[in-house]
Write a protein of this length. Structure first.
Length: 106
């Protein structure tokens, strides 16, 4: 898919603790974000994150399993005039779904 055809997300400044708190309040069933990696080149920044936690509420239509799950996400930001102008965002929802519905880990 051509990245320019993707629908841009509303800009947000990454790394703000209040943004993570607001995100958790909006998405109480999602695990917290851990371990970020960043790469910056010119006017583009890539951010990698791992969401990790125990599924205690309904998530992706799956009732609580109590299982520990991890989900990777990736964001690519295009910087314009010292601000995030466009963001492309991907999360591994399929991997999280497999962890919640697949065989229990040994």
């Amino acid at each position: 898919m051509d990245p320019s055809a993707a629908r841009p997300r509303k800009p947000r400044r990454p790394g703000r603790p209040e943004a993570d708190t607001a995100h958790a309040a909006q998405h109480p069933r999602r695990p917290p974000v851990h371990g970020r990696g960043r790469v910056v080149s010119g006017d583009t920044a890539a951010v990698r994150a791992r969401l990790s936690g125990r599924q205690t509420g309904e998530f992706l239509g799956v009732h609580p399993t109590g299982r520990h799950i991890e989900m990777m996400s990736m964001e690519i930001h295009h910087i314009t005039a010292d601000r995030i102008g466009t963001t492309w965002h991907v999360e591994d929802f399929f991997g999280a779904l497999q962890q919640m519905t697949g065989p229990a880990p040994a």
